[in-house]
Structures are given as C-alpha cells and as structure tokens.
Design a protein around this ligand. Structure first.
Ligand SMILES: [Zn+2]
Ligand SMILES: [Zn+2]
Ligand SMILES: [Zn+2]
Ligand SMILES: [Zn+2]
Length: 363
C-alpha cells in the first residue's frame, strides 16, 4: 500500500493520554503519518500537505520564515515512528479497537473485513472489487476463477507470443538494416542498356534514392537457367501476380546476366498488393532454394527515379502499370518499333530468353 494512505482509516484510542511530543501542532492529534521539514519540525503528512496547499506563503507553520514545498518533506525518524507504533488505534472501517499502530497496515491488507479489495482472480483479469467480507461469495460465482486453468494458459501463451513478436520485430529490424546495402543492385552485373532485358535491369536503382515499388520484388542470384514457370510456381503462392490485360503478359521479368551468360541472373515479380511482396521477401530472402541449389536474395524493388526521356521508350513501366495508365498503347507501340532494331544489332537472338519464355507461357 502506498505510504500514508492506510492511515486515513486509523484513529488513536485515548488520545488525551498520549505524549505531547507525539502530537501534531496543526491538528493537535497524535501523528498518523509523521513527516519532517528541512527546519526539523514534524507534522502529520495530511496536515502539512493541506497547509501548504491552502496557505498563501509556502512556509513552515512554526518558523514562518522558512520556505517549504511538499517535495522537501521526509518521513519522520524511525525513533519517532517506533514511539508511535505501540499506541492503540481503532480501525474506522470495521470498528476493531484492539489494534496497535504498528500492526495497522497488516490489519488493512490481510484482515479488515470492510477493506475494499480485488478478486483473487484479478491476476487473470477479474474486474471485481468489493469489501473483504463479500469476497467469498464472489469467488463462489467468479467465472474468471472457474476458468482459471483455461485463462491462465491463454494468458501465458499470449505473453509468450507477445515476447516472440517483439523478438521477431527486433530481428526484422536488424535484418532490414543489414539488407539495406544489398537492395542496391550493382548495374554492371546485368550489363549495358543495349537490349530490352537489360534495360529493365538498368531501371533498377543503383542508389537508395530510387523509387520504391512496394508491390514488386526483385530477386537476385538466380541460376542462369531459371524458367518463368519456376518463378511463377515459387512466388504465386504469396499472392496474385499482376497481369496486364493489354499484352496478356504476367508481370514476371527475368533479367539475364549480360556479362557472364551462365552467371547468376535476376528477376522482377510484380504482385497486385504490397502485402504479397512483403510476404515473399520475408519467406525467401537469403533462403537456399533446393531446386536451384542457390541462396537467393529477395527485396522490394527500387526503380530509378523518373527520367521522362528514358521512360518514353521503356516498356517495363507499360507492362506493370498499363492497365492504370492513360496511354499505354502509344508507349507500347513506340517500344515495339524500337525493340527489334536494338535487339538484332546488338544481341544474338539467343540472348532473349526472357522473351522466349514469355511467349511460351502465353501460348
Ligand atoms: Zn496534524
Ligand atoms: Zn519549521
Ligand atoms: Zn478494519
Ligand atoms: Zn472474481
């Protein structure tokens, strides 16, 4: 019980016979809860607190000159309290009179039949409060106590889960920090901008001021032989992958390694919502994939900050967002005109497996 408040239910018996040194000079009664001022005067806590509340000049009632505030008050000496403890007191709640001040706290907390207490099932959230006398009656019908085995196991389980959530959040934050530098795809890995496959790669930001594509994941360290269907099987379980009704293409792009033909390659998968993308990152980032015998990196995709000149000729934006954009056809035509030209002059047809796979898939 908080210091002091138990004494509000306590009254001294035969107060007139009490040693005058144990009497408060404000209320002229024996001290209930004596406190000391810095000027070495002693008062009942309730009396001096009230005095400082209402008096205009905040000072000790005895030596008026000394400034005084409540936070300067200290509990009176043990000697004084030891002198008070044997005094006989009455409990104003239950009327019991054969008590000593020193035992009064115990009386209130363990014995007093009229003290307001909580249910014995308050630890499992029973909201009941009442006098100690009524506790037995309450407990007989307390549904919380009745369900104690169930509730306490649920509460324990809940506490365990909360701890786990906190732990996982910590781990996720640590991983996020560790992954930040990895989210930046080194441009050189996917070659130059000479054909449409690598032009997608070049859209992936190489700096962290890129535009986050929240619904799209970027997968790295895939084997050169990775197939559209493999990616579709692996990632479609996290949610619906975007589908462009205009060109009938599913939004999965494989980004071939331009420098080393059989070197690791990348891929982008665009979901219809960011939750699916987050789930895919959570499930597969840093995970070893048996069928490919490689550890893949999966992150939310970053696209280079908008460059109008670049985007007028780029098709990735079209494929991913054509359904939402005003003039997809015009952009797409533009790209179609450019693509064969670029592809035939710079790359042999075999370096277009991404296109081939798309065609296969959509046949
Ligand atoms: Zn007093
Ligand atoms: Zn004083
Ligand atoms: Zn009592
Ligand atoms: Zn209860």
């Amino acid at each position: 019980m908080a210091s002091g408040c138990e004494f509000q239910f306590m009254e001294y018996v035969a107060e007139q016979s009490i040693d005058p040194n144990l009497v408060c000079s404000i209320c002229h009664k024996a001290f209930n809860d004596p406190v000391c001022t810095p000027c070495d005067h002693t008062f009942g806590r309730a009396c001096i607190t009230h005095w400082l509340d209402v008096s205009a000049n905040h000072s000790c009632p005895v030596c008026v000159e000394s400034p005084l505030t409540v936070d300067k008050l200290t509990v009176a000496s043990r000697l004084l309290r030891n002198m008070l403890d044997p005094l006989r007191v009455t409990c104003t709640l239950c009327g019991q009179t054969d008590l000593q001040r020193g035992n009064f706290e115990h009386h209130l907390n363990k014995v007093c039949s009229k003290m307001v207490i909580e249910c014995i099932a308050s630890d499992i959230k029973c909201p009941w409060q009442g006098i100690r006398d009524e506790l037995q009656d309450h407990v007989r019908t307390c549904v919380f106590e009745l369900l104690r085995p169930v509730l306490s196991s649920i509460i324990a389980e809940n506490r365990k889960l909360n701890d786990q959530v906190r732990q996982h959040e910590d781990e996720i934050n640590k991983l996020k920090q560790a992954l930040n530098p990895l989210q930046i795809a080194p441009r050189s890995e996917y070659g130059d901008d000479s054909d449409d496959t690598s032009s997608i790669a070049s859209e992936i930001s190489t700096t962290d001021n890129g535009v986050k594509e929240e619904d799209t994941i970027y997968i790295r360290n895939l084997p050169a032989t990775v197939k559209f269907n493999d990616l579709f099987d692996l990632f479609s379980k996290f949610g619906r992958i975007k589908f462009n009704p205009n060109n009938k293409k599913t939004d999965i792009f494989i980004l071939k390694n331009k420098q080393k033909k059989d070197g690791p390659c990348g891929a982008k998968v665009a979901f219809v919502d960011k939750e699916s993308a987050d789930a895919a990152v959570l499930a597969y980032n840093g995970k070893h994939i048996q069928q490919w015998n490689t550890r893949i990196q999966v992150n939310i995709s970053y696209r280079k900050r908008k460059n109008p000149a670049y985007f007028s000729g780029a098709h990735f934006q079209d494929n991913a967002h054509a359904s939402q954009e005003a003039k997809p056809t015009a952009d797409h035509e533009k790209f179609s005109r450019q693509a064969p030209n670029v592809a035939t002059t710079v790359n042999p047809p075999t370096s277009q497996p991404e296109k081939t796979q798309r065609t296969k898939k959509n046949k």
